[in-house]
Design a protein around this ligand. Structure first.
Ligand code: PRP
Length: 185
């Protein structure tokens, strides 16, 4: 019987490993943000890739937070960054004077995060912090200090736990490397 596992060369992060790391980050964020509750905390999840990470992470943060969403477009359905970032969906509520936690699935070239943090800064939040599931180590990456990073990952075509290939495989509960024949065919 077919399994999505058959489309992977290997599993890089298992469900268990991801859950343990996400819980650690949640505890850390809870501790770091406990004095920020009075100003308001907004978790901004970047659609669509970060949804799985975000729903797990936010349930490990024991503080009252608002949930908002943004959507950018840079990659389309292919697997190479186009370099230009556009807003498809802005936040729905005001973030002025509040503490923002941006939740992203992957930091690759850095174009998206650079664009996003500059854009959000123009709305005058009290602070911006970033939680990112994966950071790829690639050449010419824009330098950026991620506040809460789950894992460094290999520079391979990875899918699962929210990450897609042509909008598919986001529902894979773990993270793995896609077989080249899948995306080269
Ligand atoms: C992915 C990911 C980040 C961005 C990172 O988004 O979610 O937003 O690429 O790459 P960068 O550091 O090179 O900018 P994508 O456009 O694939 O959308 P998705 O989240 O809907 O999959």
């Amino acid at each position: 019987m077919y399994s999505m596992r058959d489309d992977l060369t290997e599993v890089v992060y298992t469900e268990k490993k991801i859950a343990a790391r996400v819980e650690e980050l949640g505890f850390q964020i809870t501790d770091d943000f406990k004095d920020k509750v009075k100003d308001g905390i907004v978790a901004i999840t970047v659609l669509r890739g970060a949804i799985t990470f975000s729903t797990d992470l936010c349930r490990c943060i024991d503080l009252p937070m608002e949930a908002d969403f943004m959507q950018l477009s840079s990659y389309g359905d292919g697997h190479k960054s186009s370099g230009s970032v556009k807003i498809k969906k802005d936040v729905s509520s005001s973030i002025t004077g509040k503490h923002v936690l941006v939740i992203e699935d992957i930091y690759d070239t850095g174009n998206s995060m650079q664009f996003l943090t500059n854009f959000l800064q123009s709305k005058n939040p009290k602070s911006i912090s970033t939680a990112v599931l994966l950071r790829k180590d690639v050449e010419n990456q824009i330098p950026f200090d991620i506040d809460y990073l789950a894992f460094h990952c290999p520079n391979e075509f990875i899918v699962g736990y929210g990450l897609d290939y042509a909008q598919k495989y986001r529902n894979l509960p773990y993270i793995g490397i896609l077989k080249p024949e899948i995306y080269l065919s």
